[in-house]
Write a protein that binds this ligand. Structure first.
Ligand code: GAF
Length: 392
């Protein structure tokens, strides 16, 4: 059986109950921001390439209200040791504006967004964070928290002047500087811009996007969480970024978006480090696959779309080396079932989830097959594309 998706309204109701219990007051603001699953285009966003995620009905909600004084308090219902933080709001007019980077990890995303917020200085607030996005599952729980926080601050200040791409960039900055994760722009962008029943082909160079309908009831995207997370993620991610920059530098290109397969031949001809060549080859071929996949989805050519997904996985495994045995097992097991069109790891890698394109009438069969044969304890989500962040 797949997991039940808790509707946003129910999450908000639960968050409000917690708020009343914690603060003995009634919250007057409620917002949500979704997690995402990336269908194809992995590790291409920070190379100025294309990605094609969809927003999930798994979301982070924040409820709260303005507080008296200068201190803000945020409580999370998440499974963390320290569930509440209090911090003084930064005074944007003062010379030293930065909020200290201290406290539990989850709170750094909150503080980072408060520090990087682009609207008028927000007042102090009390808030409860409540989320159905699995933490560490590669479905962007952190971006959904950042984006929910940004929208919450917008609701507090009443500001609507900042373009949404600027807001996404501010959340990305928060993640870089406060969580020290040098992420690309995909997760924040889709969390703001996701659209019901659509995937989004995002051009990460120009920060523009094209909606691709996903409305056919004959197919579904099945997300399988391996429920493992290997520690390597952070350090390996920045290593990959540096290797891509190195390849672009050798090729005298601004970034790998500007490179093509002939450039791989050139790198080989000058005896470039083999690992650097493989990294570049993944990015160059993945950008091509993503653009083609968007076209295939538009044409309802699921057969070809699935093939591109599986090729993407192989490239991430063999050339980019960001998969792991658990993800490879999940992909292999899914592909063993007739009616599965394609399968791949999704997100940064080293654990987390896979995404599988499958005919709807086969999906229970896939779940059974994986459950029987996978060594760990996976969880399953069958998701339709959800809506981007919004005030409720
Ligand atoms: C993580 C990052 F946050 C994204 O920006 C992206 O690079 C992804 O890994 C890999 O495609 O989710």
């Amino acid at each position: 059986m797949a997991e039940k998706i808790i509707p946003v309204e129910v999450l908000i109701r639960e968050a409000k109950d917690v708020f009343r219990k914690q603060f003995k007051e009634e919250p007057d603001l409620a917002v949500f921001a979704p997690g995402r699953v990336n269908l194809i285009g992995e590790h291409t966003d920070y190379n100025d390439g294309f990605v094609m995620p969809m927003a999930l009905p798994l979301v982070t909600v924040i409820v709260g209200k303005r507080a008296c004084g200068e201190d803000s308090t945020v409580y999370t219902t998440g499974d963390f040791k320290d569930k509440e933080v209090t911090f003084a709001m930064p005074n944007k007019n003062a010379l030293i504006q930065a909020l200290p980077r201290d406290g539990p990890k989850w709170s750094l995303y909150v503080k980072g967004v408060v520090a990087k917020y682009l609207g008028p200085t927000p007042p102090a607030f009390k808030a409860v964070v409540h989320s159905s996005v699995p933490v560490g599952g590669g479905l962007s729980s952190s971006a959904s928290l950042e984006v929910a926080m940004y929208i919450f601050l917008d609701s507090l200040t009443g500001d609507t002047s900042v373009p949404v791409t600027e807001k996404a960039l501010a959340c990305q900055k928060a993640e870089h500087e406060y969580a020290e994760m040098p992420c690309g722009i995909m997760d924040q962008f889709i969390s703001f811009m996701g659209r019901q029943d659509h995937a989004l082909l995002i051009d990460c160079r120009h920060l523009t996007s094209t909606l691709v309908p996903v409305t056919d009831d004959n197919i579904v995207f099945l997300i399988i969480n391996s429920n493992v997370k290997h520690e390597l993620t952070g350090s390996e991610y920045s290593t990959r970024r540096k290797q891509c920059e190195q390849a672009a530098l050798i090729l005298k290109k601004a970034c790998l978006r500007d490179a093509n397969l002939e450039d791989i031949q050139y790198l080989q001809s000058i005896n470039t480090d083999k690992e650097i060549i493989r990294r570049a080859r993944h990015v160059i071929t993945e950008i091509q696959r993503t653009v083609e996949a968007a076209e295939m989805l538009k044409q309802l050519n699921y057969h070809k779309f699935g093939i591109l997904m599986t090729q993407s996985h192989l490239s991430l495994k063999e050339d980019y080396n960001v998969s792991c045995p658990e993800l490879d097992d999940l992909v292999r097991l899914a592909l063993e079932v007739d009616g599965v069109l394609g399968s791949r790891m999704t997100g940064g890698g080293f654990g987390g989830c896979t995404v599988t394109l499958v005919y709807t009438h086969i999906v229970d069969k896939v779940i059974d097959h994986v459950k029987k044969n996978y060594k760990g304890k996976p969880t399953f989500y069958i998701c339709k594309p959800g809506q981007g962040a919004s005030k409720i």
